[in-house]
Design a protein around this ligand. Sequence first.
Ligand SMILES: *Cc1c(COP(=O)(O)O)cnc(C)c1O
Length: 361
Amino acid sequence: MEKRIYNFSAGPAILPEEVLLEAQKDLFMLPGVGMSILEISHRSKTFDAIIQGADQGLRTLLGINDNYTILFLQGGATLQFSMVPLNLMPPKNKADYIVTGGWAKKAAKEAKRVGAVNIAASTETENFVRIPKQEELKLDPDASYVHFTSNNTLYGTEYKTEPEVGNVPLVCDASSDFMHKKIDVNKYALIYAGAQKNLGPAGVTVVIIRKDMLERSSDSLHTYMNYKIHADNGSMYNTPTTFGIYIIDLVCKHLIKLGGLDEMYKRNVEKASVLYDYMDNSDGFYRGTAHKEDRSLMNVCFRLPNEELEAKLISEATKAGFSGLKGHRSVGGLRASIYNAFPKQGVVDLVQFMKDFKAKN
Ligand SMILES: *Cc1c(COP(=O)(O)O)cnc(C)c1O
């Protein structure tokens, strides 16, 4: 195979070509080090510069100030489903969860092992096709925190602005739209994101935590589960995912070079519109599943008139070099994941393919 194909996978997902080429160049030996990033000590000066670079890159891009600590952890977003309640729920042992999809449900399930979970809203009976409106939220002003999922990877819905939660700390699973636009981090007590959707390779999870929240971590927690221990040790209580952090550093430098997150957002809006506009004008052949006002810029979910045609399109698209279009196994249909690194030309080419497919079928 000579040519990279279009990768629409939901995650692990596409990374910028420039980053892959740079990593390839440096994989055998980091310049001036004589060893690979895969071989150096996490306690070395070289790695210290890399993790500081990743930290600084995230701070620059998202405008994160010194009130926040950035952690690079393992265990995916899934481990955060447990770490968040274990650290932040006591002493009240109750929290609000807004359930907008499969991942949010899983997060709430783990929190229930720690304390009382109030489902502040859920759109499950509507098959998660939309984000609940502010007035639907039944928030407990006494909750330890409110948890929401900014982008619902499986259902293709996305919060356009954060839910308003008053003085209760806001916690967000941003795994699938982290860094797709600039957000006001000051609205959040904690943001977590598995890197493999929109940031880097699988294996590293970014946690941005407001420093006052660290005081909630109890000494009785198992060591790895304790945010404060990770913060006190600069994410190096144990061996971190050195390679993943290295790639995050490169991705941040790449995004800064491109013009930062406002530029990424502009590109993401443009890219997603190409696909949504075509779907909306396909006489109902391609039917977006999410409510229009809640549509995700990252994961475009749609259906065809029947499942046979869906299978046929996926099979023909795969042969034509469009990979990863099958919807999540729990949802069906099709899903085109078009994260930051996905090129606009790939969306334009997919639309042309969909037009041809519609004409023939
Ligand atoms: C993919 C995903 C997860 C799970 O991530 P893992 O790294 O596999 O644990 C959680 N939340 C959201 C929103 C996701 O998209």
